[in-house]
Design a protein around this ligand. Structure first.
Ligand code: HEC
Ligand code: HEC
Length: 244
């Protein structure tokens, strides 16, 4: 895992080196950046984009094959045009809105691409990714996606893999009355965090929504055991269910 990230890091620096050798000194198609920007400054911005979105230059720029050549001034890729809109938006957030706060400082408190994107071209929260996977491809595929994303991103800032994320997802599924999917997500959370009271609480919520009183109480009790600080809240839930 660590080694894989290190390897990717080294390879991406190496690849950026190759690409910069192909970058011309003068630019032909700048619509947002200053036309006389230095090559050094432009490349710093472009590398910022790749890191912020977790992509390479080819995500936005056309690569010609045979011989391999980047055509940086082409606007053929939609991602490049979207990036221009994003550059204008980010600029507006900083100059029109953040500049009105007294704490604002050019150096630190600026929104950058990475502030929203966190190394992700589609800046989505983990629960939203899984929710949309459940809706489009079903629960099994969502569980596979969870494991894949965890292998790839755990320890990075792209997704939040803490126990509470899947509890949020359970609440979203309960609202849609997808109780079996919610129970499956609750079990996945416990498999991942067997010592987490929050994870047992989540499964309890799924069973309660499903009207499975017995399993709801059992999971709330397990949560209570692991998370005594939440005793008042959990005891109320248990008593309410027992009274039903
Ligand atoms: C997220 C999209 C995105 C990524 C990724 C990206 N770029 Fe760009 N690039 C742009 C946009 C948008 C422009 C045009 C900016 C403007 O209109 O002012 C641009 C312009 C350029 C230009 C100037 C082309 C010209 O002649 O007008 C060069 C050179 C360039 N990028 C190199 C790179 C390199 C090298 C990488 C990879 C390290 C890279 N870009 C990654 C979006 C991207
Ligand atoms: C305030 C949050 C925010 C900031 C800052 C931001 N983005 Fe985005 N970006 C988004 C959101 C949200 C989407 C998804 C929009 C959609 O698909 O409907 C997106 C989508 C994109 C896409 C399209 C991705 C795709 O898969 O087609 C690109 C490219 C992009 N952003 C580049 C950038 C760049 C470059 C910057 C910095 C100049 C930036 N963004 C700054 C929120 C942000």
């Amino acid at each position: 895992m660590q080694r894989k990230i290190f390897y990717l890091f080294v390879v991406s620096i190496f690849a950026a080196g190759i690409v910069s050798a192909q970058v011309p000194d003068k630019f032909k198609n700048l619509k947002v950046l200053p036309k006389d920007i230095s090559k050094e400054k432009l490349l710093e911005i472009m590398r910022g984009f790749t890191g912020a979105l977790g992509v390479n230059c080819e995500f936005c720029h056309v690569a010609q094959e045979n011989p391999h050549k980047m055509i940086f001034d082409s606007d053929q890729k939609t991602a490049k045009n979207k990036a221009r809109i994003m550059m204008a938006m980010t600029h507006d957030i900083n100059t029109k809105y953040l500049s009105k706060l007294s704490e604002y400082s050019d150096n630190i408190l600026q929104v950058k691409c990475v502030t929203c994107h966190h190394g992700n071209k589609e800046p989505m929260m983990l629960e939203d990714v899984l929710y949309s996977t459940i809706n489009s491809k079903g629960i099994q595929e969502a569980i596979t996606t969870y494991h894949d994303l965890r292998d790839k991103y755990y320890g990075s800032f792209t997704y939040d893999f803490k126990d509470h994320t899947l509890v949020k997802l359970i609440e979203m599924l309960n609202k849609d009355k997808k109780y079996d999917d919610a129970v499956a997500i609750g079990k996945l959370n416990i498999e991942t965090y067997p010592q987490s009271g929050v994870a047992y609480y989540g499964l309890g919520e799924a069973y309660e929504a499903k009207n499975d009183k017995e399993n709801a109480i059992a999971n709330y009790k397990k949560a209570l055991e692991l998370m005594p600080r939440a005793a008042e809240f959990l005891n109320k839930k248990i008593e309410a269910l027992q009274g039903k």
